[in-house]
Design a protein around this ligand. Structure first.
Ligand code: SF4
Length: 271
C-alpha cells in the first residue's frame, strides 16, 4: 500500500452494484481506524469482529495516519476520530493524537482497559496543551459488572470503570458509550441508570451515549433473517446530504472508505 493516502474530496463516485449512491459534499469528519480490528477484547456484539488474534484488518502504519491528518487539514476537516479495534494498543497513539489535536477537535473510542494512571496522566497533559478539545469515549454496556462482562469479557467492567474514574479525576469528562445489548428489558431506563451510576462515582456531569446493536460482525444473523438492505429506492425522497458518508471519510488499512462501519470492505473503498 502506498504511504500516500488521497482523500477524494468533491468526487461523487458511483455506487457498487445496486447499492444506493450518495454524493460526497465535503470533508467534515475524518475517522482513523488506527488499530484495524486488533483489540484486546472480543465482545459478542463487535460490529467489525475485532479481537486479539489475527485481525482481518491490520493496524495502520503511523505515516498513513499522519498523511491522512495532513490532507484532511488541507481539506478543512472539522472533527477527527480514532477507532479500531482498541486504539490504545497502537504504539504511536499518543503522538498521533497530538498531531490530530493541532488540526481539529479529536475523539478516541476506547474500551478503557488500557488507561492506567500513567496513560490517564498523559491524556490529561495532551488535553491541557492542545489547540482543540480531546474527547474520550469509554465503552461500557451495563452498570452491572456481570451483565457487562457477559458480552465484553471477564474483568472488562472493572477496568473500564477505573478508566472513567481516572479520566474524571484528571479533569477530562469521558463520554460513556453503551449499547443496548444487555439492556433490552430495561432500555427505557438505560440512560437514567448510567446517569445515576456515574453520579454515584462522584461524576456530577455525566455524559452518556446510547447506541443500538447492529446486526453486523459477531451479531450478524442474530437479528433473524438476512436483514434489509438499502437500495436506491430506499432513499427516494430522503436528503442524502444527511448521510454520514456525504461528509465523512475513513482511513483504514487498504485505503479510504465511505463509512466507519464499512471500513475494510472493498465495496466501500473510495481510493
Ligand atoms: S466492541 Fe470495541 S472493545 Fe469490543 S471487541 Fe470490538 S473493538 Fe474491541
Amino acid at each position: 500500500m502506498s504511504s500516500r493516502v488521497s482523500l477524494p474530496l468533491m468526487v461523487n463516485e458511483p455506487g457498487t452494484g445496486h447499492a444506493p449512491v450518495a454524493p460526497f459534499l465535503r470533508l467534515s469528519a475524518l475517522w482513523i481506524q488506527v488499530t484495524g480490528t486488533w483489540c484486546n477484547l472480543e465482545c459478542t456484539h463487535c460490529i467489525n469482529s475485532s479481537g486479539p488474534a489475527s485481525p482481518w484488518l491490520k493496524p495502520l502504519a503511523p505515516e498513513i495516519a499522519r498523511n491522512a491528518i495532513r490532507e484532511a487539514d488541507e481539506l478543512g476537516v472539522k472533527e477527527i476520530y480514532f477507532t479500531g479495534g482498541e486504539p490504545f494498543l497502537h504504539g504511536e497513539i499518543l503522538a498521533l493524537l497530538a498531531e490530530a489535536l493541532e488540526v481539529a477537535p479529536t475523539t478516541v473510542l476506547t474500551n478503557g482497559t488500557l488507561i492506567d494512571p500513567a496513560m490517564a496522566d498523559r491524556l490529561a497533559g495532551l488535553a491541557r496543551d492542545a489547540a482543540y478539545s480531546l474527547e474520550i469515549r469509554v465503552s461500557l454496556d451495563d452498570v452491572d459488572p456481570e451483565q457487562n462482562d457477559r458480552v465484553r469479557g471477564r474483568g472488562a467492567w472493572a477496568k473500564a470503570v477505573q478508566a472513567i474514574e481516572r479520566l474524571h479525576a484528571r479533569g477530562l469528562l469521558p463520554i460513556v458509550t453503551a449499547t443496548e445489548i444487555s439492556n433490552t428489558d430495561a432500555t427505557p431506563g438505560l440512560y437514567e441508570r448510567f446517569r445515576d451510576f456515574l453520579r454515584s462515582l462522584g461524576i456530577e456531569r455525566p455524559r452518556v451515549k446510547i447506541m443500538p446493536v447492529f446486526a453486523l460482525g459477531r451479531q450478524a444473523g442474530q437479528a433473524g433473517g438476512d436483514g434489509e438492505r438499502l437500495s436506491g429506492a430506499s432513499l427516494e425522497g430522503f436528503d442524502t446530504a444527511l448521510l454520514q458518508c456525504s461528509d465523512t471519510r475513513v482511513v483504514a488499512d487498504g485505503g479510504v472508505y465511505a463509512c466507519p462501519i464499512l471500513a475494510g470492505l472493498a465495496g466501500a473503498r473510495r481510493s
